[in-house]
Design a protein around this ligand. Structure first.
Ligand SMILES: [Zn+2]
Length: 141
């Protein structure tokens, strides 16, 4: 019995050898497909999402089994670049909420970088020096 499972796992390993495998993009595609499947099952008017979900699953499987790893890596990088932007925005919103009692976030007027500073006392004006461009500006709480 143990040999049987070993044979299966060896077989799978040699089948996947040289293939691209899973990455962030393929897991995103699979999760998106799952969400679409559930939506298409719950809402009759959204039945067409089923086909979209099927397409995403086929795409995700194709990527995992693909031997063209260079092309798949490029797709992954494009995906990460695209979603990195959203993730950054989302993290900023999260951190602002987490630090709302202790820190304030300001945007540098000259280079537009976001700066986190300890929360000043109410009604006080503080001088902020931008760590990126060295610009000095004042903000009132
Ligand atoms: Zn600046």
């Amino acid at each position: 019995m143990k040999n049987f499972f070993r044979r299966i796992s060896d077989g799978f390993r040699s089948f996947m050898a040289g293939r691209y495998g899973a990455d962030e993009l393929s897991s995103f595609l699979s999760i998106a497909a799952l969400v679409l499947l559930v939506l298409s099952a719950l809402v009759r008017q959204l039945f067409f999402l089923y086909f979209l979900a099927l397409g995403l699953l086929i795409w995700s499987t194709f990527r995992m089994l693909s031997r063209n790893t260079l092309k798949r890596r490029q797709e992954r990088e494009a995906y990460l670049r695209f979603f990195g932007h959203f993730r950054q925005k989302w993290n900023l919103i999260k951190n602002r909420w987490r630090d709302r009692k202790t820190h304030r976030y300001y945007t540098c007027p000259s280079c537009h970088v976001t700066i986190r500073v300890p929360k000043p006392e109410k009604g006080k004006t503080i001088a902020i020096t931008c760590p990126k461009c060295g610009n000095r500006f004042e903000r009132k709480n």
